[in-house]
Design a protein around this ligand. Sequence first.
Ligand SMILES: [Zn+2]
Length: 371
Amino acid sequence: MNVISLTRDLIKFNTINPPGNEEEVARYVGAILADHGFDVDYPKYSEGRLNVVATKGLSGQVAPIVLTGHLDVVPLGAKEWKTDPFEGKVFDGKLFGRGSSDMKGGIAAMMMAAIQCFNNDPPKGGVKLIFTADEELGCNGARHLRGSGYDIGSASAMLVGEPTSNAPLIGHKGGLYINAKTTGVTAHSSMPELGDNAIYKAARAINSIEKLKFDVSEDNLLGFPTINVGTVKGGLNLNSVPDKAEFTIDVRSTPKLDNAMAFAILDKTLGPEVDLVKMVDLDAIATAENHSFVKLVAQVCNVDFNAAEIQKAASYLTDASVLTPWLNNVPTIILGPGEAHMAHQTDEFCYVHKLEEAVEIYKKIIQENGK
Ligand SMILES: [Zn+2]
């Protein structure tokens, strides 16, 4: 077994979400880890869907390093693939397949590093692997695990293996997705005065969202929060006053404006005319640049965070939004072998040399962490 063959093996399990069906791949991953001396737990997410938590070498005194990733992948899209998306074909130095970059390659590299780091000089606090189901639709597997009262223990540091081309990123914005509804009273369109137009209410609300400026300072890492209305629906027929309309709001938050603050501002701005329901609520992640773990990872990855133009934050959300606060705001770094621009694409691939490099990087970080 090596990182290439393991990535290919993981790609062969179809975990397109929905429906995910992560149970089989979870058991496969867990069996390999158990074979290598890990204690493996399969907290159930839902029927046919499991999370995996595997630990080895826990000391009780020193908290372990956590490596995390998700087992589900996104649908294939309408365009036909050049290779079988579940085969994991390797050519031109690339491994092709759904999930190669996002993020079965990352899971495979984490497993190989976690297994190999015990060969000599085992890490002081041990290693904990957390592999989740149903990440792609809003970190639901991780949220369920947390909500179930599972004892996640403590952690000294955490790596999230999402695609970063092996360059460390120290945070990402949060995501607050809201469904907004307005209601009214229907009537014939020739007598609008007898009705109460729900679309006008939605339009007023959308107008005020366009004008809304969050009065917060710029975050050093993540910049300013943003807001966008992405969809709008309303009315049933041309000649009626609509009694229902709805639209969706997407807020990208920062530590300067967390999701709770953003929601309160929106609720106040839009008033009782608009009914707001949270659909996804994931806070921002930002690890201090001068944290010793960040310095260690930067050194292992040969990255200078002081260099101009260097990317420091991921453009996507991760399970860290759930796991980091749960683990007492553990220093968190997003670092994985995949190519971020390949995530969710047709003909998704991961560079073979980056998979191999990721194993070495993870291993070094695990072994140097806390020394
Ligand atoms: Zn991902």
